[in-house]
Design a protein around this ligand. Structure first.
Ligand code: SF4
Ligand code: SF4
Length: 360
């Protein structure tokens, strides 16, 4: 049986208020009210964008959805976990200040930003799962303890997972620091001989101080490396590589297994929105302003199935772009199918979907 996926056309040109109202319309059309109960602690999982990033989904676009949760008398809170890499989302204090500056706050949305993994990203709960790689995953404690989740993902490409959407938002974005390290553990990048220009960009961004430079090129200390893939992402000379098929498939499978852990016990109590607006090659963790888009704005997709919502979103982007997502983001070695197929295999959802378009 196919999962229902709801869609409404939208464009950033319409303005944040119009987008907010369209998201609300989709919430009501999908009958998602039934997933939330009075007095639920409801996690509204977002990405507030790295410091200089300008293409993340802006707080006013979420106002309609937040108001729906308040109307249903839940206790919603905006949330996201700390990052492995350094930056303004690296701990709960800096993250909350950045969120407030961007309007993800009581003053602007009427609900607070609360990090679910504590001050340092280490407040975690071990969740038992029936996975292939792991039987237990480390998830942010307040994600585990809350009763329901409204996940709001900005659809983008991703330098390691190919697609950054709901599965990535749940798997990586709801894991504790330990859970994130587990997902990245498979990545062991190395610098290609003859390609490195010694620009030093990778060294500046490495959170583990794992990169050194000699007179010829940079080098990665595999014992120090935590596999965060920052160096892969920031190198403009294609000089950092890893085993794209083997290591990449393990990372994506691990993302799906952590998503399974994040949702455990919340069957029928979680809703997933993908905003297909400002669709960039790289995700909102990129500390860069005005990243170019790979396709024009499409709209908002929502479902109670986290796999179907991602499959449908990828199909939309590939149709709009006229080619596969790996080609659109300029890395033919990546393949998003690993995360979708594994998510189906471990029972997270279905890839088959029924497309239901809501009139504007
Ligand atoms: S970013 Fe790339 S080119 Fe620059 S030093 Fe690192 S590996 Fe070399
Ligand atoms: S070497 Fe690269 S992948 Fe390893 S920790 Fe540093 S930036 Fe991350």
């Amino acid at each position: 049986m196919a999962s229902k996926v709801y869609f409404i056309k939208a464009s950033g040109d319409e303005g944040e208020l119009a987008i907010s109202e369209k998201a609300r319309k989709l919430f009501r059309a999908g009958g998602f009210e039934g997933c939330f109960k009075k007095n639920d602690f409801t996690a509204v999982k977002v990405h507030v964008g790295e410091d200089k990033n300008t293409t993340y989904i802006k707080a006013p676009c979420l106002k309609g959805l937040v108001e729906e949760l308040v109307r249903l008398k839940t206790k919603p809170f905006i949330t996201d976990t700390s990052t492995l890499y350094t930056g303004r989302r690296h701990n709960a204090i800096d993250h909350a200040i950045l969120a407030a500056e961007r309007g993800f706050s009581v003053e602007k949305l009427g609900i607070p930003f609360i990090a679910p993994d504590g001050l340092f990203g280490t407040t975690e709960t071990a969740v038992r799962i029936d996975g292939e790689l792991d039987r237990e995953v480390s998830i942010a404690t307040d994600i585990v303890r809350c009763q329901s989740i409204l996940s709001i993902a900005h659809f983008t490409g991703h330098c390691a997972a190919c697609a950054g959407a709901t599965l990535k938002t749940l798997g990586m974005g709801c894991a504790s620091r330990k859970g994130k390290m587990r997902q990245h553990a498979a990545l062991k990048p190395q610098v290609k001989a003859g390609k490195c220009t010694r620009c030093g960009e990778c060294r500046r961004h490495c959170p583990a101080d794992a990169i050194t430079m000699d007179e010829v090129q940079s080098h990665i200390d595999k014992d120090k490396c935590i596999g965060c893939a920052e160096c892969v992402a920031v190198c403009r000379f294609d000089a950092v590589e890893y085993d794209w098929t083997q290591e990449n498939s393990i990372l994506q499978k691990s993302v799906a297994e952590h998503a399974l852990g994040a949702l455990k016990g919340k069957e029928g109590r979680a809703v997933f929105f993908n905003f297909l607006l400002s669709i960039t090659k790289d995700c909102d963790c990129f500390d860069r302003p005005h990243m170019p888009t790979i396709v024009s704005d499409i709209g908002i997709v929502a479902s109670i199935d986290p796999v179907a919502v991602d499959q449908a979103s990828i199909d939309q982007v590939e149709t709009r772009g006229g080619k596969g997502l790996p080609q659109l983001i300029g890395n033919k070695r990546l393949d998003w199918r690993y995360q979708i197929e594994h998510a189906v295999k471990i029972g997270l959802g279905r890839a088959e979907y029924e497309w239901i378009e809501i009139s504007e």
